[in-house]
Design a protein around this ligand. Structure first.
Ligand code: NAD
Length: 487
């Protein structure tokens, strides 16, 4: 039957909790609304999990663990491969749902859906490569055998900015490793993870291996799971503040933590950069996901010799972007996810202007329904502006100038964050030297995009612990066992 209202969630979609392969109401019947940020309408009412529901999910995961871990790597890989194929067939449906609950424009949502699907393909390939090692102890001559085993039940907590990809980036490696999971999606965007469950079932994931617990009582529900002795891994993506809270809570049981936290990415354009490449890279690094990304270029440093040329071209590209409901054709910039996020963006812009930044574009909150904020360009942002020190998380480019290489490296590193940095220069020797001096887990060199399922994604300093994707991603869900043997 055709969907009569393209702006509504499919009425057939299940919005209960998903525990042990079954859809259930929460233990106390509580539900909460999911809002469409484009028009502030209610998209769906979703069951809200209680601590009792969390225990039921843990029971299910525990029952499923041995069977899933006992499957051969090839069997687990085939299930993940099937999930990739099914997801790829349904990219449009997932993209639409992502736009409905998060707001991002269709192109961003399709980009996310494609990226999300790729984690199933990548980890279907990694599932069969949990290589160990055998060697001889140098002194005793004993054999050293090293193998990797599934760590146990993993609790996955994800943010709203990538409702699909931040989930699949954790679910796929956990399943490849042999671990069952309980996923707690962000309360703003729980629908995409719920929509993924029938797909995983169809792909052959047994009941209890993946459970989803949306809740508006996040703190107590997650805390109860982190204190249950059956849990071994906490994998979190979100803000550094909540990450600290979860690290403290996971200390009681000494859980294996994977933390993908906040960023404050610098983007440096040297005087010898190709300006066209730098402008395109900056557009991608700033405007992908309308700036609601931990990888978003938060501070743009342009050498003073090319600052005006760069800013003029960049501003023209920003001015060309069309803002509107993300479901509509031709829209590049959807609404921000909620009113708080928009207020923070507006506050940061007003603060920067109040402290002397020059407004080149945008900067005004539109009236009417929806949490829209226009593409905005600020030049000459002073060091003491709030947006230099904290994530903007919106479509605002904060440009500063520099004249000295060592000075810009010092300024780029002058933050507690260390997720990603971007460097633009035509001199590769210089570029690589600068990359090495940047205290960041990832660097884009003449590129405005670093995310790739085949690469180890993650930060240093207070941007996180551990890596997702690449060869490292599956090991986050495995324990290393060493056997000392003689024969
Ligand atoms: P958030 O930290 O507010 O929430 C993330 C998740 O944690 C949500 O599911 C939320 O419900 C849950 N949560 C909140 N309080 C909790 C508590 N006390 N106990 C347990 N769980 C709790 O982050 P957000 O606003 O959803 O997302 C934006 C943040 O995520 C930004 O800081 C961004 O940089 C970061 N992020 C990081 C990456 C990365 O890979 N490093 C990727 C995407 C987003």
């Amino acid at each position: 039957m055709p969907d009569m209202n393209p702006r509504a969630v499919n009425a057939a979609m299940n919005t209960d909790l998903f525990i042990d392969g079954q859809w259930r109401e929460g233990a106390d019947g509580d539900r909460f609304d999911v809002i469409n940020p484009a028009d502030e309408s209610v998209l769906a009412s979703v069951a809200s999990a209680t601590v009792d529901d969390a225990r039921a999910a843990l029971d299910a995961a525990q029952n499923a663990f041995a069977g899933w871990a006992a499957r051969t790597p090839r069997q687990r890989a085939e299930v993940l491969r099937k999930a990739f194929e099914l997801f790829t067939e349904r990219l449009e449906d997932f993209a639409r749902l992502i736009t409905l609950e998060n707001g991002k424009a269709r192109a961003d949502a399709m980009g996310e859906a494609t990226y999300a699907a790729e984690f199933f393909r990548w980890f279907s390939e990694e599932a069969v490569r949990a290589d160990g090692m055998i060697t001889q102890a140098p002194s005793s001559g004993a054999r050293i055998l090293v193998q990797h085993k599934p760590a146990g039940i993993a609790v996955l907590v994800t943010p709203w900015n990538y409702p699909a990809a931040m989930g699949t980036r954790k679910i796929a490696p956990a399943l490849a490793a042999g671990c069952p999971v309980i996923i707690k999606p962000a309360s703003e965007t729980p629908l995409t993870m719920l929509a993924l469950m029938p797909l995983l079932e169809e792909a052959g994931v047994p009941k209890g291996v993946v459970n989803v617990l949306p809740t508006r009582r996040t703190g107590p529900v997650v805390d109860a799971m982190l204190h249950d002795p059956r849990v071994r891994v906490i994998s979190f993506t979100g803000s550094t503040g909540v990450g600290r809270t979860l690290l403290k809570a996971s200390a009681d049981q000494v859980l294996k933590p994977a933390m993908e936290l906040g960023g404050n990415a610098p983007l440096i354009v040297f005087e010898d950069a190709d300006i066209d490449i730098a402008v395109e890279g900056a557009m991608l690094a700033k405007m992908r996901n309308l700036g609601e990304a931990c990888t978003a270029a938060n501070r743009i440093y342009v050498h003073e010799a090319i600052a005006e040329a760069f800013t003029t071209r960049f501003t023209a590209r920003m001015a060309d972007l069309k803002m509107g409901n993300g479901l509509e054709q031709g829209v590049d910039v959807g609404p921000l996810v909620n009113a708080d996020t928009r207020s923070k963006v507006a506050e940061f812009v007003d603060d920067a202007i109040g402290k002397g930044a020059e407004l080149r574009l945008g900067g005004k909150t539109p009236s009417g329904k929806g949490y829209f904020y226009p593409p905005t360009v600020l030049l000459g942002v002073p060091e003491d502006a709030l947006c230099v020190h904290d994530e903007i998380f919106g479509p605002v480019a904060a440009i500063q100038t520099f004249s000295d290489q060592d000075d810009v490296i010092r300024r780029a590193n002058d933050t507690e964050y260390g997720l990603v940095a971007y460097v633009f220069t035509e001199d590769m020797k210089r570029g690589l030297q600068v990359c090495e001096k940047l205290q960041y887990g990832m660097v884009g060199l003449n590129r405005g995009l670093v995310s790739d399922p085949a690469a180890p994604f993650g930060g240093v300093k207070q941007s996180g612990l551990g890596r997702e994707g690449g060869h490292e991603g599956m090991l986050e869900f495995m324990e290393t066992q060493y056997i000392s043997a003689s024969w």
